[in-house]
Design a protein around this ligand. Sequence first.
Ligand SMILES: [Zn+2]
Ligand SMILES: [Zn+2]
Ligand SMILES: [Zn+2]
Length: 504
Amino acid sequence: MMTTEPSGLSPRNTTRGRPRTTGTDVCARCGRNTGKARVSWPEGKVCGPCFTVATRTYGSCPGCNQHRLLPGPPSDRGGPRCAECAGIPHDFRCTRCRTETESYRRGTCARCALRDDLTVMLLAHPADPAAMGRLVDVLCQAERPESIITWKRSPKVQVLLASLSAGSTPLTHEGLDQHIETAGRAVDHLRAILVHHGLLPYRDPYLARFETWIEDKLHPLPPEIARPVEHFAKWHHLKRIRSTVTPDSPARGPVHSAKQEITETIKFLGWLWDTHQRTAATCVQQDVDEWRASGPTTRKLIRTFFVFARNTRLNVSVDVGHYTARTRPTLAQDQRLAWLRELLSGSSESLPYRVAGILLLLYAQPLVRVAALRTDAIAIDPATGQAAINFGGRPVPVPAPFAKLLLDHIKTRPNLRTGVSESPWLFPGTHAGHHLHPNTITHRLGSLGIQLTGARNRSLDDLVTQMPPPLVADALGYSYQVAFKHTDSAGENWARYASLKRQP
Ligand SMILES: [Zn+2]
Ligand SMILES: [Zn+2]
Ligand SMILES: [Zn+2]
């Protein structure tokens, strides 16, 4: 049950969200009913919360101009006053250090109580008395000693502190690292205090984790991959990040991009070894070109590795600085096939964009036309289950693995609103009644790294090598002129086509 007090009747009683006990005492400061007043001062009874505020208020007393604790109520001349000026008959000084503050334990302040506790824990039989003395000092300098008192109650912290005192854990970053598994946040807290007070040098947390990350990455790799990657990771990235990191310029961003470059380099070198049995040293330009053109754009991140390889004379034959598009961009056939494989089986994009990309790569369809395709352009033969697609001429067959993907896509098309009759578009847009904008598809496929113009030119080249241009043009809705132009650039003799068997 929550408070039964109706809000609005007594606004002061509703300022705090928890129910209050009603008693006979009324606090002279806040006017609340309080079960039992905390103290009785000249102004009257004072409740617990008001007492706490009073014993944590410091400033210049308007009565005596001294800077000290101001537990008294405000005077005519301004703010709250000190105990003496307010006539409060209580000495707020700690019996040990004479600081005016709340009493924490039997007349001593929290700071003195903390020092007592830490002296027992750390200075009874310390392996290094001077180091432990400094540790006690910095812990006792905490702004709120109460928070350290709470922190050190944790059994994990007690194990950590005992181990530091006994000398089995050195008071270094590496020493603290040994306890991360068992007392992660407690270790972080202690480390931050020690760094703040200069007992430990600044160490960037991202950089520290990065060093472990590198070791973990290298561990499972065969030596022919691990060795160049290790040089790259340590001599290029670690060295560079170490030299630039300060508390004001943390390593987070640089570590993130370094990890990406190292990961991509490992992927590339793994592929290079598996596919061509070549290493970073024996890698040729073609390998890099093939790899970068046949996968996601993240593959471009291997560039830094080859700059490093060139600078360290590990490999001077690969030049990653010159990737200019050819005058008429085309995708190599194996790149096109790699992309088709990726889109057919991979997960680099969601189904609609994979389908759109395949239409581009298989049928050389401009994305403007792909975006505007209607579902009735796809026909399925109920007898054979074979699918065909009509781009505006005669239907062309859909090869088996893609047919399944295409049908899955038709069934699960996004942006279909319930209650509205089924969208006629193969790629329905977010606005009801519209298809997806071609630019949206261009952007999504382009960001994967597919060179769209190149992909289309390549597809068209391949189609004309397999079907007579008029047939290609007819089936795909191209003008004869365009189809013949591609025949020329494919460098094929048209007369030979007549004898070639037609392939879908
Ligand atoms: Zn009060
Ligand atoms: Zn005063
Ligand atoms: Zn004290």
